[in-house]
Ligand binder design. Structure first.
Ligand code: FES
Ligand code: FE2
Length: 337
């Protein structure tokens, strides 16, 4: 069971990278409080609720045979539609429909496997721009399931003020701040924070990646996607599309796709450099989210005070809950980052 809002439970979620489910392979994932088995057989990719309808054994412990996944308990087999296609030792009854496992909608896009637990909603996973654009270089990053709420991870990515402190020296610096203008743009289906500054950040990552900067902005695509982009005079410097897939109410599985302009620097070198800088930054966020979650668990629930830097206010939470916003732009806020 889960207390996640229906808008989150019923959305399309990225649950695995395509490379994690090779032909003949299967993978158990947890999404929005439900266990799902992914498998890839002769008939392509399948996703089923991870519960054998016979005696409720986990199908994710089974093996893939031909086009079907086989339950290890009595050997019933299910195809990607959930239909039971074999009951070992017996003839399959004429009306085998009642023996079926529960199928889950699944789609594979740009190297990611998405599932949707709800029969309604959009036919396709709605995805932000540039993801998978063949004219750009991309690589995927993943790092298992983290402790903490997906919502707090989304807020973390949209909050620039923690970068001077938690990521001191890597993204920005706490001892040397730069004047910036913060602009918040609301859309019916999202919110964006644009950071205008004349110089790139003073942390290591910017100094390596950015020659100049004309714009940097982070946009939330509810319920679980955040895309951050940095542009310079020549166009895109870096675009990070992050997915925060809720596993349970208090754990989530993050994924990110890193997109850069094709150019003189080979893709493998950009990937190696970004991964090197990313590792400590990601470890800092992971630790922070786990600590935050432990404090909230001790007190039974979150209780947040809004400070002067929390300029998104309640809008992030409203979008998370499935509300839409009044489109418009806030007055510019001056700050030191
Ligand atoms: S429990 Fe799965 S085949 Fe019996
Ligand atoms: Fe962070």
């Amino acid at each position: 069971m889960t207390d996640l809002p229906p808008a989150v439970k019923n959305a399309w979620h990225l649950v695995a990278l395509s490379t994690a489910v090779r032909r003949g392979g299967r993978l158990g994932v947890v999404v929005a409080g439900r266990s799902v088995v992914l498998f890839r057989g002769d008939e392509g990719l399948g996703a089923l609720i991870d519960r054998c309808p016979h005696r409720n054994y986990p199908l994710s412990l089974g093996r893939v045979e031909g086009g079907a996944i086989e339950c290890p308990y009595h050997g019933w087999r299910f195809d990607p539609s959930g239909a039971c296609v074999a009951v070992p030792g017996c003839d399959l009854p004429a009306a085998a429909g009642r023996l079926a496992a529960t199928p889950v909608r699944v789609a594979e896009r740009h190297g990611g496997i998405f599932v949707c637990l709800s029969p309604g909603g959009p036919a396709e996973p709605p995805l932000p721009p540039d993801l998978g654009d063949p004219g750009l270089d991309h690589f995927w990053w993943r790092q298992g399931t983290w402790k903490g709420r997906a919502y707090d991870a989304i807020e973390n990515v949209l909050d620039p003020f923690h970068t001077n402190h938690l990521h001191d020296g890597f993204i920005r610096r706490s001892d040397r701040r730069l004047p910036v203008n913060l602009k918040v743009n609301s859309f019916a289906d999202g919110i964006e924070m644009v950071i205008e500054q004349t110089k790139p950040d003073l942390g290591l990552m910017s100094r390596f990646l950015e020659r100049d900067r004309t714009r940097s902005g982070t946009r939330y695509y509810p319920p679980t996607i955040v895309q951050a982009r940095w542009d310079g005079k020549q166009g895109l410097t870096l675009c990070v599309t992050a997915f925060f897939t809720p596993a349970t109410d208090d754990s989530f599985t993050p994924f990110a796709c890193f997109t850069t302009r094709k150019g003189v620097t080979p893709a493998w070198l950009k990937e190696a450099a970004i991964r090197t800088f990313l590792r400590p930054v990601v470890a800092q966020d992971r630790r922070a989210l786990a600590r935050q979650s432990a404090v909230m668990a001790e007190f039974g629930r979150p209780h947040f005070v809004e400070g002067p830097g929390d300029i998104l206010g309640s809008r992030l939470h409203r979008l998370w809950m499935g509300d839409s916003l009044e489109p418009g732009s806030d007055p510019t806020v001056e700050a030191m980052l």
